[in-house]
Design a protein around this ligand. Structure first.
Ligand SMILES: Cc1cc2nc3c(=O)[nH]c(=O)nc-3n(C[C@H](O)[C@H](O)[C@H](O)COP(=O)(O)OP(=O)(O)OC[C@H]3O[C@@H](n4cnc5c(N)ncnc54)[C@H](O)[C@@H]3O)c2cc1C
Length: 402
């Protein structure tokens, strides 16, 4: 069997690796001209995603490339008062499964290298513009006029997935969450360093700030800004210097460490993008075509699960193609096994993002009063173990039903 994988982001290289492991020839077609190591800021990989990578022998290279472990989140308000701590419990797990933060571009490169080392072919500069699916196979068409034929096609082509648009033109568009995201890195500074393994997140007066101090003293940070919906062109209408001034003004009345970190960062970091999610698609698959990762269920970065879910999808999809009698049954089984879990996590990510939209004086006061109680209740109920304790293993047989 031959699989055409569209997109060599996070999910694409991993699904191709998993497919190779179950005896499917997988060729990845990526629109960019190369691995694009500078694209994006950092993201986290949680124990559920790391365990899925482990089943494909991709865990060690990813851990070696990570910036730092991030097993706890400490919450502050804008005045610098500590509101509470969320410990994800992963320090207690097997060596290697502790949540890590990694630069997205680095992760993408390492996963592509890992896939190639396991026999996957990745073709860069191949932008999918169309495909034709029949009962016997799928033919993909690329912007350079070339085509490729396979038995199945996997759309791992991200939140604005062309595969999704072609497969189901009436599929709902990604929904704007009301927040912009930007991030960067500042050199060592005389600001309060974060405790070991801990990201500090600040519900500031007008926006949300998060940072973690690396062993070398550098501060990796992100900002979420409540903002009306604006497309890429409108956001790019303000240059990075203007955005920097705007963001600094938003944090002017908060703990000074925030503006110190922002001021010390390169201006290039101030290029925000809108945060979108997809709560639920009518379908993720059609015959021999399937969506995976953000293409199927984009989740807000507030969940910390975008990459981990894409990796889980990849392992389950490959196991389904191995165990089902035919490709269409395999892809339907994959959707059935994954949908409930990921939609619940997308909703959780949206809830967390909504808390960042609160900026009224009374709303902020209420949040400062209730958040410590909420965090203690979450800890008492075992944290978010329903997210982190989930395990997918390529070796496990799939319960195929149709
Ligand atoms: C440029 C970029 C920056 C990001 N930055 C962050 C970040 O800072 N923090 C964070 O938490 N998440 C970020 N994300 C999202 C994060 O990577 C995903 O949520 C998650 O990793 C799921 O990955 P995925 O494989 O489903 O999609 P993605 O990682 O988005 O990968 C999709 C891939 O498909 C390719 N593609 C798209 N269209 C076509 C086409 N027509 N033909 C061929 N290939 C195509 C894209 O170039 C990309 O490589 C970013 C995504 C991108 C694309």
């Amino acid at each position: 069997m031959r699989a055409l994988v569209i997109g060599s982001g996070i999910g694409g290289s991993v699904v191709a690796t998993a497919l190779r492991r179950v005896g499917v020839e997988a060729v990845v077609h990526e629109a960019h001209d190369g691995p694009a190591p500078a694209l994006g800021s950092f993201l986290t990989l949680a124990p559920n995603g790391l365990a899925a990578l482990r089943t494909l022998d991709l865990l060690d290279p990813v851990r070696s490339a990570a910036l730092f472990p991030t097993t706890r989140i400490e919450f502050w308000n804008g005045a610098g008062r500590r509101l509470g701590l969320l410990d994800d419990g992963s320090d207690e797990l097997d060596e290697g499964l502790q949540t890590v933060t990694v630069m997205r571009g680095t992760l993408q490169r390492v996963l592509a290298e890992g896939a190639r080392a396991q026999g996957v072919r990745i073709e860069y500069g191949r932008r999918l513009v169309g495909f034709t699916a029949t009962d016997d196979g799928v033919t993909a068409e690329f912007a350079d006029g070339s085509t490729a034929h396979g038995d199945v096609l996997v759309g791992a082509d991200g939140i604005h997935s062309p595969v999704r648009r072609i497969m189901d033109p009436s599929a709902p568009r990604p929904a704007y969450t009301g927040l912009l995201n930007l991030g960067g890195c500042a050199p060592p500074l005389p600001v309060p360093a974060t405790p070991e393994r801990t990201m500090r997140m600040v519900f500031a007066r007008r926006a949300f700030f998060g940072y973690q101090t690396a062993a070398d003293g550098r501060n990796h940070w992100f900002v979420n800004v409540p903002h009306p919906e604006a497309d890429r062109t409108a956001l790019a209408g303000r240059d990075a210097e203007e955005w920097r001034r705007h963001v600094l003004a938003l944090f002017a009345d908060d703990h000074p460490a925030i503006t110190q970190i922002l001021r010390a960062s390169p201006v290039d970091a101030f290029r925000p993008v809108g945060i979108h999610d997809i709560a639920s698609l009518p379908r993720w698959t059609s015959g021999r075509v399937a969506l995976l990762g953000d293409a199927a269920h984009a989740v807000s970065p507030s969940s910390g699960q975008g990459a981990s879910l894409a990796v889980e999808d990849a392992v389950v999809l490959a196991a389904c193609l191995r165990d089902a009698a035919d490709p269409a049954t395999a892809l339907r089984t994959y959707e059935r096994l994954r949908r409930g879990r990921v939609e619940r996590i997308v909703a959780e990510g949206r809830r967390r993002g909504d808390q960042k939209l609160v900026t009224s004086r009374i709303g902020v006061l209420l949040r400062d009063l209730t958040l410590p109680i909420v965090l203690r209740l979450i800890a008492l109920r075992g944290g978010h173990s329903w997210i982190f304790d989930h395990r997918v293993d390529l070796a496990d047989p799939v319960p195929v039903t149709d």
